[in-house]
Write a protein that binds this ligand. Structure first.
Ligand code: SF4
Length: 369
């Protein structure tokens, strides 16, 4: 194995099935005995001790080397806002000074973590605060895994239940950063990683069709959510410009192809009054969902500063829900908004703190190599 570059390499950027080899190799480089690798693994995986400074059976110098090297934290909490409904929004500062956000949402005995996969987003959905930022860069696997570790540790320390569900619905289109997202899922759920149930992980996409197939092949138990927002091509082109690259028909064909009763597919639909909430839209949505047997989840739109659409309240969502349900035998639910008093919608908090350059928007960029 080539030497690890300790300035750049991080354990979580490598596949979890290489953990033993990598730790052994790293210990050799640090001139530490081989048994230290096993101890580090036990702390990290078996005891879920993520902060090297708390790996108390290790010598202080080794803990310091881990904290500065392969187990350093690639992000730090810059803001933590707590909503009156218990939702917690985190803004994280990355090593290069950029910001992302994660949201922890409590429901009964569950804690759902909404993760970011990119800094900004190139998909440019016209209702989304993150979409207005454009894409700055993809997150590394370590930055995705670290959101989970940091939110879990912080919420547990506050006497809360920690992270019991993970949804990739934060900043970014996860399938535009598939290699990092896939590796992070491996760390969350594999036998060599943290053994978190893949059925508790949902990847949400606006419809990057070829990558949906890859996701399902690589992670058959992970749940899929599709951000549809309209099943009528002209309306969807205006709301979700990715539709110009991957059409509704192409998306529908793929969902029918991967349909499997053991894997739940859900359709996310933000209700935009006067835009996508009429009877024709309801019928089109019901037809789309019936083809792939999906669950439909309706969400109200809450405007942010500069938003293009008016707000939708519970009444508008309820009315549209009835219209859809008249045409659809499957389940149709309306999700209530959480964390509205803390800039709860994706990207709003970072947008407020935004600094630094962005790159021109390409709604369907080539995946990173
Ligand atoms: S909704 Fe998701 S995919 Fe669309 S612009 Fe926002 S972050 Fe990107």
């Amino acid at each position: 194995m080539k030497d690890l570059n300790l300035d750049e390499e991080h354990l979580f950027d490598h596949p979890p099935d290489q953990i033993d080899t990598l730790l052994k190799h790293w210990c050799q480089q640090q001139q530490q005995p081989a048994f230290r690798a096993k101890q580090i693994r036990q702390h990290l995986i078996d005891q879920r001790t993520y902060d090297p400074s708390e790996m108390t059976s290790l010598p202080a110098e080794l803990r310091k080397q881990l904290s500065e090297g392969i187990l350093r934290s690639p992000l730090a909490i810059a803001d933590q806002l707590i909503s009156t409904d218990g939702t917690i929004k985190f803004r994280f500062m990355l090593e290069d000074g950029l910001s992302i956000e994660s949201v922890w949402i409590p429901t009964d005995d569950r804690g759902t973590l909404c993760l970011s996969s990119q800094v900004g987003c190139a998909a440019g959905c016209t209702f989304c605060a993150t979409g207005t930022m454009k894409l700055t860069r993809n997150l590394h696997p370590r930055e995705i895994v670290a959101q989970w570790l940091a939110v879990h540790a912080t919420t547990v320390a506050q006497g809360l239940c920690g992270v019991t569900q993970v949804v990739f619905m934060g900043m970014g289109e996860p399938l535009h950063n598939y290699p990092s997202v896939s590796r992070a899922i491996d760390w969350f759920s594999s036998a060599q990683g943290f053994q978190f149930s893949p059925r508790r992980i949902t990847v949400s996409t606006v419809g990057i069709v070829p990558k949906i197939e890859q996701l399902v092949q690589d992670h058959p138990q992970v749940r899929l959510a599709v951000s549809l927002h309209s099943a009528i091509p002209e309306t969807r082109n205006a709301i979700v410009p990715i539709n110009l690259h991957h059409s509704i028909e192409e998306l529908s064909d793929m969902l029918v192809k991967i349909r499997d009763d053991s894997r739940r597919i859900s359709i996310e639909y933000v209700v935009l009054p006067g835009i996508n909430d009429g009877p024709i839209e309801a019928k089109a949505l019901a037809h789309f969902a019936s083809q792939c047997g999906a669950h439909i989840n309706l969400l109200p739109f809450h405007p942010y500063e500069g938003a293009l659409y008016p707000a939708a309240g519970a009444a508008e969502v309820g009315k549209f829900q009835s219209l859809v349900q008249k045409n659809y035998e499957g389940s149709v639910t309306a999700r209530r908004s959480r964390g509205l008093d803390i800039d709860g919608a994706c990207g709003q908090l970072v947008l407020k703190n935004l600094k630094g350059p962005t790159t021109p928007n390409d709604p369907d960029p080539a995946p990173p190599q």
